[in-house]
Design a protein around this ligand. Structure first.
Ligand code: G3P
Ligand code: CA
Length: 340
């Protein structure tokens, strides 16, 4: 109860002041995602938080990757062609190279590459894959250097899958946060997951704030699916679902269509009452993912990401995830009237 009170106090104040700009995979619109260089650029731009997605190596070290299959964002296929295999990840057959089959020493021989063909390719092959500990060290050093608190927003990727392989993500995550003194209710940290059961477990193990992510309404969190339970993300977005989430988490990270959907013609629809209902349940709201580039920005925003940011900020968000923290900060600090 005390933890909830501290978090609500801290973050309701933040909501009144300014919504958080969370650099999604670092400044990933500009640099290869989940690299120290992408995180550092986001910090230089002024992002409030940086977001690492976390998977495990074979030797149980947390590294920052969006998925455990490595070939979309590294040169693993060139460096280890013979190590390609097929695995079943969250019930789906996937062919490729997987973090859990490589030691950290092997991972450190890889170099990051840009995932999207439409983005800057000039930094491919230059940057290492960082460990979570290296990211925490960056946050600590940059916070001290800049005399401002830079938060970290780790996401556990495929927690049920990794636990079943004897590589549970939560113990090294908690150990690293404790070592960095980021394990308190008022620490500049949010731990996020698309799954439910690992967040519920974490709520008994740490005072650090937790965020429940919401995927497509028709889908189920994988831990629920694996346990044969019917809970969908749509169920979780009802008033009763939001109240249930508030029993173990302090915030919610919905796909942005829960707040403002876009139709097939690219037209933004009227805002829903999602933010108000989540606030009513006592949850802070941090939607994902804001992207300035043409393949992602809806037609009705007219090629201007500020129009989208302003529409969302007007809903009273507590923060948002953006690949382009520079654009999000400009909108927040210079262009958009903030909701009262
Ligand atoms: O964690 C918020 C957002 O990043 C969730 O989507 O798939 O980019 O991790 P994803
Ligand atoms: Ca994420």
């Amino acid at each position: 109860m005390l933890r909830l009170a501290i978090v609500l106090c801290l973050f309701s104040f933040t909501a009144i002041a300014k919504p958080l700009v969370i650099a999604h995979r670092g400044a990933s619109g500009h640099m290869p995602e989940h690299t120290i260089e992408a995180y550092r650029l986001a910090i230089e731009m002024g992002a409030d938080f940086i977001e690492p997605d976390l998977v495990s190596t074979k030797d149980g070290v947390l590294i920052a990757r969006h998925e455990n299959e490595l070939s979309d964002t590294t040169d693993v296929a060139v460096k280890f062609p013979e190590r390609k295999i097929q695995r079943t990840i969250d019930g789906r057959a996937v062919e490729g190279w997987f973090s859990e089959d490589f030691t950290l020493a092997e991972i450190k021989t890889l170099r990051a590459k840009e995932r999207l063909a439409s983005r800057n390719q000039s930094n491919n092959g230059k940057f290492e894959i960082p460990t979570f500990n290296e990211i925490l060290a960056l946050v600590t050093a940059e916070s001290a250097k800049r005399n401002r608190t830079i938060g970290v927003y780790p996401e556990t990727k495929h927690p049920t899958y990794f636990a079943a392989r004897g590589l549970a993500l939560e113990p090294p995550l908690l150990k690293a946060l404790a070592a960095a003194k980021l394990d308190r209710a008022n620490s500049a940290v949010f731990i996020q997951s698309f799954e439910v059961s690992n967040l519920k477990r974490l709520s008994t193990l740490t005072k650090a704030p937790l965020v429940q992510l919401l995927g497509d309404p028709d889908e189920r969190p994988y831990d629920q699916e694996a346990a044969g339970l019917p809970l969908t993300y749509a169920d979780m977005a009802t008033d009763a679902g939001l109240r249930a989430i508030a029993g173990y988490a302090q915030g919610i990270g919905p796909y942005k269509a829960y707040i403002i959907a876009v139709d097939k013609a690219g037209q933004a629809q009227a805002p829903t009452d999602f933010v108000a209902r989540a606030h009513q349940a006592g949850l802070v709201v941090h939607p994902y993912t804001f992207r300035s580039d043409a393949p992602f920005l809806a037609k009705s925003y007219g090629g201007n990401p500020t129009v989208e940011y302003c529409a969302f900020f007007a809903q009273g968000l507590d923060g948002l995830f953006s690949d382009f923290p520079d654009a999000a900060l400009k909108a927040r600090d210079k262009s958009c009237p903030m909701a009262p």
